[in-house]
Write a protein that binds this ligand. Sequence first.
Ligand SMILES: [Ca+2]
Ligand SMILES: [Ca+2]
Ligand SMILES: [Ca+2]
Length: 192
Amino acid sequence: MKKILFLLLAFTMLLVMVTKSTFGYFSDSEASTGSRFTAWEIATVTLLNDGFEVDPWDSNWDDNGTTNWGRKAYPHSGSYAAECKKNTNGYLTSDSLDASEATSITVSFWFNPDGLDTGDILVQLYNGSTYDTLYDLIEYPTFQDKEWCYFSEEITDSQYFNSDFRLRFDGSALVDSKETCHIDDVLITMEQ
Ligand SMILES: [Ca+2]
Ligand SMILES: [Ca+2]
Ligand SMILES: [Ca+2]
């Protein structure tokens, strides 16, 4: 009889535990609904949106050294794109962008390479003291010669979350007369 009572008690306790863990499961799913609400509060802020359509065409690219690049009626959208070629090569550096509140930065643009080889166009980011190469464009997965290719990278390294964030295209090595690169529709956003 004692044995039966003990078994009954054990069974009841097991039932209570199962019920509790079921409730536990439901309150977990409520918690995840809550964190989805938090995700909605993340704001996306545009730091730079430039299709090189306005005059002067380089007004977003002249505070950190003027560029030798030109503008050409060879657009991805609109009427113009920025152009790097022999004798009008070198750097195209964005104005300083305040990314100090960022939790991530997305850098995107379209590029149309023609005859490039290794090192001709480097995509670089400024961390407040040095420019780091993010990509050699010829290595980028979407790269196709003489086509408009889309570049988009999310930056999560916090060294770039500063008040002097810059995007720089380094075309210093583009010195052959058969090489050109066009850039259009640069969009830099941050989440904060
Ligand atoms: Ca354009
Ligand atoms: Ca400027
Ligand atoms: Ca070259």
